[in-house]
Design a protein. Structure first.
Length: 469
């Protein structure tokens, strides 16, 4: 007897019914599968996990390589150190990420959600933990419906132990990017961790455990704003996971050796495998849906069935509305070109800003007093100069006034700073003329490296003097 593909009750495509890959209580239990896109997703996820969990343990120059030192208001990224004055670069980076997401969405829909979004990546990991502790989909459905006993208790305990272990490690790692990870981990292992660090480790542990373990698809469908505005960026040439209804309808089961045309059916055998592997529990055959995260699990599942039936792959595929209507997908189009152009310009501007970023910072604060008369009978203003050495080397600097004829800088004008050191230098500026040109004038201060004069920074302040003495 010929082998048959497992099927479920069929239904007319003009009257589709929503079939969830779930148990009777509507929990989604996904089925295991293999395929090209699963391999790509797992490989990408492995690299992301390696970067997230591994980078925090790297050292650079005697310190943690990547560390946002909140206490010192410094952000270390390997050999570079960024300060609060450099936060404009962070804003630029976030804008670049936004335009990058827009460009990717216009081109290929929600591939970010399906392959690299932390919610999706951790959810796939938690589902794998569920599989190895509770078994495959049918076993999990039966276990969920079964009364509590030793077997169910042991399997559920194993699953939640794995979930909590991953969550604790995630919370520790995330906080480790803001507090040195080695002492943080030692304090956690010896039960000495407390205060603010303990709160945030527990907070991110709970967030990971709840989002990836319990909420899962609810985050994508009801909490994530991206699902709401993605359709605004779609056009008829956007690549999205779609079902070819013209080829697949009318649905129905048949023997392996039977051709679709011979029985008046389309290529879809209505096996429901595309529904059973979907992490959000939708039926891709119902058309483009807000809950679809573009993970391509249904493509891998459908392709495996097409291979068994001897049909061509691609009944479910990454395709565009134009292509489904018999046309051709246009890769280059105004919206995509516009987003890409803006993205490239902003990346170039960020690189230029990083290259031109001054490695010494100068902030000038004028004393609250308006002015005073010194022992020489000259009008003086008092200033506090905050100088930051942003380099990773010891530096010698010289303080000076720029284009300040008629003024004299008084006080310490040569300073020596260690790597990353911050000093406040009190100075005064004296007016050499008997009568000032104005009661308030702009002064420009400059701090410059003694040996490397191209390393400098300038800052402006005001000089106040009486017009009549």
């Amino acid at each position: 007897m010929s082998e048959r593909i497992p099927t479920v009750e069929t239904f007319e495509p003009i009257h589709p019914k929503k079939v969830k890959a779930a148990a009777r209580d509507n929990l989604i239990h996904t089925r295991s599968f293999t395929g090209l896109y699963r391999t790509l997703r797992m490989s990408g996820g492995a690299l992301l996990f390696l970067a997230f969990f591994g980078t925090v343990w790297l050292n650079w120059g005697g310190r943690q390589a990547v560390l946002w030192d909140l206490a010192e208001s410094k952000f270390h990224i390997f050999g570079a150190t960024f300060w609060p004055q450099d936060f404009i670069l962070l804003s630029a980076l976030l804008i670049i990420c936004a335009f990058g997401l827009f460009a990717v969405t216009v081109f290929a829909g929600r591939v970010w959600c399906g392959y690299t979004c932390p919610q999706s990546v951790f959810t796939w990991l938690f589902m794998w933990c569920e599989k190895i502790s509770e078994g495959e989909r049918n076993q999990r459905i039966k276990l969920h419906a079964a009364p509590w006993g030793l077997n169910k208790l042991a399997r559920r305990s194993a699953k939640h132990t794995l979930w909590l272990g991953i969550s604790v490690l995630t919370g520790l790692t995330f906080v480790g990017y803001f507090t040195p990870i080695r002492p943080l981990a030692a304090e956690l292992l010896t039960w000495q961790l407390g205060g603010v660090s303990l709160f945030w480790v527990l907070f991110f542990t709970a967030a990971t455990y709840l989002n990836a373990g319990w909420l899962r698809e609810a985050v994508c469908m009801h909490m994530c704003p991206y699902a709401r505005f993605q359709s605004v960026m779609f056009d008829k040439d956007t690549l999205a996971v779609a079902y070819d209804a013209a080829r697949g309808e009318r649905r129905g089961p048949r023997r392996r050796e039977v051709r679709s045309a011979d029985v008046g059916l389309g290529d879809c055998i209505d096996c429901q495998l595309c529904v059973q592997v979907c992490p959000t529990g939708i039926d891709i055959r119902d058309g483009l849906q807000m809950a679809c995260i573009g993970c391509a699990a249904c493509i891998d599942a459908c392709d495996s069935i097409m291979d068994k039936m001897g049909y061509a792959r691609g009944l479910v595929s990454y395709t565009s509305e134009h292509q489904l209507q018999g046309g051709k997908t246009r890769l280059l189009r105004p919206r995509l070109i516009g987003y890409s152009a803006v993205l490239l310009v902003m990346i170039a501007a960020l690189v230029l800003a990083l290259v031109e970023r001054p490695m010494v910072s100068l902030d000038v604060t004028k004393d609250r007093g308006l002015f005073r008369e010194n022992s020489e009978g000259l009008i003086e203003n008092i200033y506090s100069l905050k100088v930051i050495n942003k380099t990773q080397q010891h530096q010698d600097y010289r303080l000076a006034l720029v284009d300040a004829e008629g003024f004299r800088l008084q006080g310490e004008t040569r300073i020596s700073l260690a790597p990353g050191e911050i000093v406040n230098v009190p100075v005064s500026v004296a007016l050499l003329a008997d009568t000032p040109a104005s009661s308030s004038q702009t002064l420009r201060f400059k701090v410059m490296d003694v040996d490397e004069p191209w390393i400098y920074s300038v800052a402006d302040s005001r000089f106040v003097a009486p017009l009549n003495r």
